[in-house]
Ligand binder design. Structure first.
Ligand SMILES: NC(=O)c1ccc[n+]([C@@H]2O[C@H](COP(=O)([O-])OP(=O)(O)OC[C@H]3O[C@@H](n4cnc5c(N)ncnc54)[C@H](OP(=O)(O)O)[C@@H]3O)[C@@H](O)[C@H]2O)c1
Length: 240
């Protein structure tokens, strides 16, 4: 049984490819999104409950390979899974799409940590956080700006600092929709995680067209473990 850690576009494509080939696959979602898009293979949802929980699933399900197609910024699950697989002698592969790179018309400033955003974005600016709910507290020093945080699910609680508000939206978003949204909101700065991939690059195209500067959060480091960039390569590895 192959364990496929989701949830990215690559995970969806890998699930479809392995499912179509008739290979036994168990997909795993963190359960962070209330109503996630279904995958075309049997799926479990929710954290494993730490390293021991993960190892129990490996044992109980007879897992023989692990394909890690989690988000490029979900570094805790990736670091732990790589370590446990090495420890157990379980074949492990991480799937990591290439990062975005700025073109000549882009105005990007790269930052390593969310806390640095307030050193760059001036007070009074309207800031659009396309970074999601995870890690929002780390932007707290942006208080004094008008901060808009987009997330998939309707908010469950108050915004964690003054001057901020949530905006609900489920991707994918077209360039036209992003351009209209940023214009309507009067966005002065866009904050983005360098997730890579075509589907969510539309906000960067919109920012370029509107001349909006971008704060680009650099990716966390990856474990020293086998890695591919595409779903096709991951499918070939899992079938090998
Ligand atoms: N970080 C982002 O910016 C981002 C963006 C879009 C989507 N996501 C997706 O959202 C999920 C959570 O992201 P995160 O940044 O909170 O992850 P994380 O910090 O790396 O992991 C936190 C905990 O979430 C659980 N977990 C994460 N991925 C899981 C999976 N595929 N199956 C089962 N449990 C999982 C694990 O809980 P236990 O310790 O209980 O096992 C893990 O310890 C990931 O699957 C990721 O692909 C993340």
């Amino acid at each position: 049984m192959i364990l496929l850690l989701a949830a990215t576009a690559e995970a969806r494509a890998i699930a479809a490819g392995l499912g179509a080939a008739g290979l036994p696959v168990l997909a795993s979602l963190a359960g962070a999104t209330r109503d996630p898009r279904r995958l075309p293979v049997p799926t479990r949802a929710g954290g494993f409950g730490g390293a021991e929980g993960f190892l129990s699933v490996v044992r109980d399900e007879g897992i023989t390979r692990v394909v890690d197609a989690t988000h490029p910024f979900a570094h805790r699950i990736t670091d732990r899974t790589a370590r446990l697989c090495a420890q157990e002698g379980l074949p492990y592969l991480q799937v990591l799409r290439p990062p975005w790179r700025p073109g000549p018309d882009d105005r990007w400033t790269e930052i390593a940590r969310e806390e640095r955003a307030a050193e760059i974005v001036p007070p009074g600016a309207t800031v659009f956080l396309a970074t999601g709910r995870q890690g929002l507290e780390r932007f707290a020093a942006l208080e004094g700006r008008e901060v808009i945080c987009r997330q998939i699910d309707p908010p469950e609680g108050d915004f964690p600092f003054r001057g901020g508000r949530f905006l609900t939206g489920r991707p994918p978003f077209s360039v036209e929709a992003e351009t209209a949204l940023f214009r309507d909101l009067g966005v002065d700065w866009l904050v983005v995680k360098n997730a890579g991939g075509a589907a969510s690059a539309t906000k960067l195209t919109a920012a370029r067209e509107l001349g909006i500067p971008v704060l680009m959060l650099a990716r966390p480091p990856r474990p020293d473990a086998p890695m591919v960039e595409t779903a096709e390569e991951a499918i070939a590895w899992a079938m090998g």
